[in-house]
Design a protein around this ligand. Structure first.
Ligand code: APR
Length: 234
C-alpha cells in the first residue's frame, strides 16, 4: 500500500452500530421512530423544548453505557502505530471515539454529553439530565440551555478545521455513513479534488459512491481492522 502522511477519517452512525447503537435511517433507526422535525430542528426545540430535552436525556443513558467496538479500536491502533497525522471528523454525537482513546476527534454535529447556553454560549459537559429549568453555571440564566447537538438548519461545528484537514489529506476514509446529509456528504468530493485517495467502508455502496476510489463492503468492525493491518504490514 502507498505511504500516507495526512489521513482524514469521516465516521457516521454505522461505526457505532456494532456497539449496539441505532443508526438514523435503518428500518428501526432513530429517524424512523421519531419525527426529525420534532427532535432535530431549531423550530422543534422552540415549539417544545421539554420534549427535545427528554429525547436527548433518554439517548444519553444509552450512549453513556455503549462500549467502543473493533472499528473504533482499529483507529486507535492506526493512530498509535502508523507514522502519519490522523484526524477524525465524526457526525456521531456518541463518545465512542473518545472511549476508544482515539485522538484528534472533531464532532461536527455536536456531542450528547454537552449542552450549550443560548444566552452566553457557555458549553457544559454532562451526561446528567438537562432541561427547561437548568441554570447556566456561567451566566446564571434559567432555561436557556440547549443540547449541544447541531440541529438541521444550524451551522456545523469545527468547520474551519475540517476545511483545512480536507484540503491537506492524502487519504480519506469514510466509515459507516449513508452520505445523504450535507455538508458532511460532500467532504469526499473536497478530499478527492485536492488529490486524496478515497475509500468507503459501508454495508453497501452508498449514493455517494461516485467519489470513492474503493468500496470496502462489510461491517466496519471486521473490514476496518483488516484494512489497518494491511496498512501496518509494510
Ligand atoms: N459497518 C459499516 N457501515 C454500517 C454498519 C456497520 N456495522 N451498520 C450500518 N452501516 C451503514 C449503513 O449502511 C448506512 O449507510 O451506516 C450508515 C448509517 O447511515 P445513517 O443512519 O444515515 O447515519 P449517518 O450517515 O451517520 O447520518 C448522518 O444524519 O440525521 C443526521 O445528524 C444525523 O449525524 C447524522 C447524519
Amino acid at each position: 500500500m502507498k505511504k500516507y502522511k495526512n489521513i482524514v477519517i469521516l465516521t457516521g452512525a454505522g461505526i457505532s452500530a456494532e456497539s449496539g447503537l441505532a443508526t438514523f435511517r435503518a428500518s428501526n433507526g432513530l429517524w424512523n421512530n421519531h419525527k426529525v422535525d420534532d427532535v432535530a430542528t431549531i423550530e422543534g426545540f422552540a415549539r417544545n423544548p421539554k420534549y427535545v430535552h427528554d429525547f436527548y436525556n433518554e439517548l444519553k443513558v444509552e450512549l453513556k453505557k455503549a462500549k467502543p467496538n473493533a472499528a473504533h479500536l482499529a483507529i486507535t491502533k492506526l493512530q498509535n502505530e502508523y507514522p502519519a497525522e490522523i484526524n477524525i471528523i465524526t457526525q456521531n454525537v456518541d463518545t465512542l471515539h473518545e472511549k476508544a482513546k482515539n485522538k484528534n476527534v472533531y464532532h461536527i454535529h455536536g456531542q450528547i454529553n454537552q449542552a450549550v447556553c443560548l444566552n452566553c454560549g457557555h458549553v457544559v459537559e454532562t451526561f446528567g439530565n438537562v432541561g427547561v429549568h437548568t441554570i447556566c453555571p456561567k451566566c446564571n440564566e434559567i432555561g436557556r440551555m440547549k443540547p449541544n447537538i447541531v440541529f438541521f438548519g444550524e451551522n456545523l461545528l469545527c468547520m474551519d478545521k475540517v476545511e483545512y484537514l480536507l484540503r491537506k489529506c492524502d487519504l480519506f476514509l469514510s466509515i459507516g455513513t449513508s452520505g445523504v446529509v450535507f455538508p458532511a456528504a460532500s467532504f469526499v468530493q473536497t478530499a478527492k479534488y485536492y488529490g486524496a485517495d478515497t475509500y468507503e467502508f459501508n454495508l453497501e455502496n452508498t449514493s455517494n459512491n461516485f467519489f470513492f476510489d474503493k468500496h470496502i463492503v462489510g461491517p466496519a468492525g471486521t473490514t476496518l481492522p483488516a484494512f489497518v493491518s494491511e496498512m501496518l504490514k509494510d
